[in-house]
Design a protein around this ligand. Structure first.
Ligand code: HEM
Length: 352
């Protein structure tokens, strides 16, 4: 089984979209539509849960259904249970925020034009992203910024990266294959490590190609992120505490990394065809604070979303032998047993 899983690592990044929409579980199908509410009382006709715990916890005003999410073991399992009970559209409370979760492809289609995201989703990330980040910008500004940079992550742009993606994944497969049978392989760490390298490349170019620089970056990033995660869990550090000082220091190191990347790209601008996200921002004269904020936001958003999706995809594939077999055969049919994977191959991957 493991051979197949390791092989899947070579191409699965490029299959993420397929898995999101065709996967066996509710994971990532559930899209949240959130609406601000002053009161924690239910204010929708959509069936779902009432807020079960009105206890006040700083900085979140109320828990809403946080206890049920914790009891379910994960947000994914909570949403799976919620939809099993209430159907394809269901409501619940995330703190005092009413959330509507949808699960069917038809409902996704109906809501695909949804654009503005509520501040609460990113509130606790502000100390890291800074207020200049795209996630806190006005809608018209966000649209302009997305119009400028979305193409950096499109199918066409990925042509420039497919070779290096093959190289990185082959390196990982070799590393995993050389481990003694039965050796524990940390799923999250492996998936996040792989996604970090790939997102770094697509966002900021080859600065992070080697293991040493990305490991150094990840060490500082982990310091900052662990603090943010503690805050998400409700553990807010008091003003002036050592934790705040450590966070600020680590964040400064992180942003100095970004400063070096930006300088490097300014001094060595690539040709237009090889331009990546950061080059597009530099060329369009973004103010340096906005540049740093969006670099952080895209790296963070990109590697978390992709890394965890990758980990969950492998987890569910491991649980469902039949789907794993089907996916394996589908890829072998298109790519053959040895790779490398090309964008033409990816375009043909339409597993249903
Ligand atoms: C499997 C992969 C991914 C999933 C499931 C995912 C999911 C999402 C969702 C649901 C949103 C909010 C809705 C939206 O603004 O459209 C979002 C926003 C965002 N994502 Fe991703 N994402 C993924 C990959 C990435 C990657 C690779 C990057 C960067 C390279 C990225 C950067 C961002 C940013 C910057 C935002 C905020 C955009 C804004 O405020 O307009 N994401 N992502």
């Amino acid at each position: 089984m493991f051979d197949i899983t390791a092989y899947a690592a070579t191409f699965i990044f490029l299959l993420l979209g397929v898995i999101v929409y065709r996967g066996p579980q509710n994971f990532a199908k559930c899209w949240l539509h959130l609406r601000s509410l002053k009161s924690p009382q239910r204010a929708t006709t959509v069936p779902g849960l009432d807020p079960s715990d009105p206890v006040v916890i700083f900085p979140l005003d109320r828990k809403g259904n946080l206890d049920e999410i914790e009891d379910a073991g994960s947000l994914q399992q909570f949403l799976a249970n919620l939809h099993a009970e209430y159907g394809d559209i269901a409501s619940f409370y995330f703190t005092d925020q009413l959330c509507i979760s949808i699960k069917s492809p038809e409902l996704f289609q109906e809501h695909r034009t949804a654009f503005t995201k509520p501040y609460i989703l990113f509130k606790l990330l502000e100390p890291l992203f800074t207020k200049e980040s795209i996630v806190y910008a006005e809608e018209s500004d966000v649209r302009k910024r997305r119009e400028l940079t979305n193409r950096c992550f499109g199918f066409q742009a990925l042509q420039n990266f497919i070779e290096i993606f093959n190289e990185i994944t082959e390196h990982l497969v070799e590393k995993i294959s050389s481990l003694p049978p039965g050796e524990h392989i940390p799923l999250n760490e492996t998936c996040l490590g792989l996604s970090l390298k790939m997102i770094m490349l697509t966002v900021s170019g080859e600065y992070f190609k080697d293991d040493k620089t990305s490991t150094e970056f990840k060490k500082t990033y982990d310091l900052v992120w662990n603090e943010i995660e503690s805050r998400f869990a409700g553990d807010i550090p008091p003003e002036g505490s050592g934790r705040i000082k450590t966070f600020k220091e680590a964040k400064e190191i992180l942003f100095s990394f970004f400063g070096r990347i930006i300088n490097n790209r300014r001094c060595n601008p690539p040709s237009d065809e090889r331009a990546v996200f950061i080059d597009v921002l530099i060329k369009s004269d973004y103010q340096s604070e906005v540049l740093l904020a969006d670099l952080e936001t895209y790296l963070n958003g990109g590697f978390h979303a992709s890394g965890y999706l990758f980990a969950w995809a492998l987890f569910f594939l491991a649980e469902h032998d039949d789907i794993q077999e089907k996916l394996y055969n589908h890829v072998i049919d298109i790519v053959g047993k040895t790779g490398p994977v090309s964008m033409e191959h990816v375009a043909k991957m339409t597993l249903q």
